[in-house]
Design a protein around this ligand. Structure first.
Ligand SMILES: C[S@@+](CC[C@H](N)C(=O)[O-])C[C@H]1O[C@@H](n2cnc3c(N)ncnc32)[C@H](O)[C@@H]1O
Length: 354
């Protein structure tokens, strides 16, 4: 369906339909986009792609293995074919190259942790967006008197592990870029602040064997970080530092990294974290801040803007920001030579020097 150009009467206001072809396609695609999104999230939850990575299977075998109802199985699996996440040949389903590489739990490149978190937590939160838009209040566990997220996660080792693996899934591509792009040859030590599982520290250490690094996070993250560093065989050069970044001092190293940290907090808290980073660094030390930063015109990086709405839903005062805003706060904290670099997809890093 589309409406095409018609002549515009003199003196009347031209509408989009007067000057260009319009179609409802993108409205419908986004409007019911959650159908496709939740189908993929449920497939990850059911570990479908991990099962199929072993051996391609037909409908009945797969249905029994995943415990699916007869009514749902065929439509579910064929929807995944139509969405481009599975192939089906002669009734046998198999992963695509991408789902095999990134959604098989046993492969190192698995990014499903992020999708598991989206399924278990964000999908429900986003159901309350209108209320958050009206009230400005988070719709998370604190809404009904529960403890804040990080407190709850730290009290539940399984959820904490899932969250930390989810962060690795979100950040892996960016971490690889930062390991490649920053002039690491010129430094000896670094610390990743709010490290979670420690993927940034691990990727930087793997790419630069001369570096010694630290992962700083709440004490409950210690085993999660240490296991991950061990699995990646960099545990001899990476040490976990337990602490609270609001009350403890940060490690003194040549480079501090803060990935997806500032966006969790309100402006005053952001400023206090930047001041702490400044205090900890030696003269000439650098701070790297990376996020899905909103473009300066606030009109094109939809992921950055939607991430900021996710912060609205999940935190009391968090919000995402533009590189210019970040560089401004860094200069106020005393940093110099702030510069921005576009990384993969919607992500950028801002680097500044003490
Ligand atoms: C959104 S995650 C970012 C993880 C990782 N940097 C990344 O980008 O993938 C925020 C991290 O900050 C940690 N964190 C939250 N509050 C903290 C605090 N007060 N002190 C230290 N770490 C904290 C959380 O445990 C979590 O690992």
């Amino acid at each position: 369906m589309s409406a095409t150009t018609t002549s515009t009467a003199v003196g009347t206001q031209p509408t989009p339909a007067d000057v260009t072809e319009v179609s409802p396609e993108s409205i419908l695609q986004v409007g019911i986009g959650f159908w496709a999104s939740k189908t993929l999230l449920s497939a990850v939850e059911l570990e479908l792609f991990t099962h199929l990575a072993d051996h391609p299977q037909d409908l009945e075998t797969l249905r029994a293995r995943l415990g699916l109802h007869r009514r749902s199985a065929r439509d579910f699996l064929d929807a995944l074919v139509a969405l481009g996440f599975l192939h089906r040949t002669d009734g046998v389903y198999r992963n695509t190259a991408a789902t095999d590489a990134f959604l098989d739990k046993r492969k190192a490149a698995y990014i499903g942790g992020m999708l598991e978190m989206a399924n278990a937590r964000l999908y429900g939160l986003w159901g309350h967006l209108t209320e958050a838009l009206r009230t400005g209040e988070p719709q998370n566990e604190t809404k009904h008197g529960g403890a804040p997220l990080f407190e709850q996660l730290c009290a539940d080792p399984e959820r904490l592990k899932q969250f930390a693996a989810g962060m690795t899934g979100t950040s892996r591509a960016v971490n690889l870029e930062i390991a490649k792009r920053f002039p690491w040859a010129d430094v000896a030590t670094f610390a990743d602040i709010g490290t979670a599982q420690g993927d940034a520290a691990v990727q930087i250490a793997l790419a630069h064997p001369h570096l010694t690094g630290y992962g700083f996070d709440l004490p409950a993250l210690a085993p999660v970080f240490e296991d991950y560093a061990h699995q990646n065989q960099v545990d001899e050069r990476l040490t976990f530092v337990p602490g609270d970044f609001f009350t403890d001092t940060l490690p003194t190293v040549d480079v501090l990294v803060m990935g997806h940290i500032l966006h969790d907090w309100n402006l005053e808290e952001k400023r206090s974290l930047l001041a702490k980073a400044y205090d900890a660094l030696p003269a000439g030390g650098s701070l790297i801040v990376y996020e899905a930063m909103i473009d300066d015109d606030r009109s094109s990086n939809a992921v950055g803007l939607l991430m900021s709405l996710t912060m609205l839903l999940g935190t009391p005062g968090g919000f995402d920001f533009t590189p210019s805003e970040c560089m401004g706060w860094m200069r106020e904290a005393g940093f110099r030579d702030a510069r921005v670099e576009q990384l993969t997809g919607p992500n950028s890093m801002v680097v500044a020097v003490k």
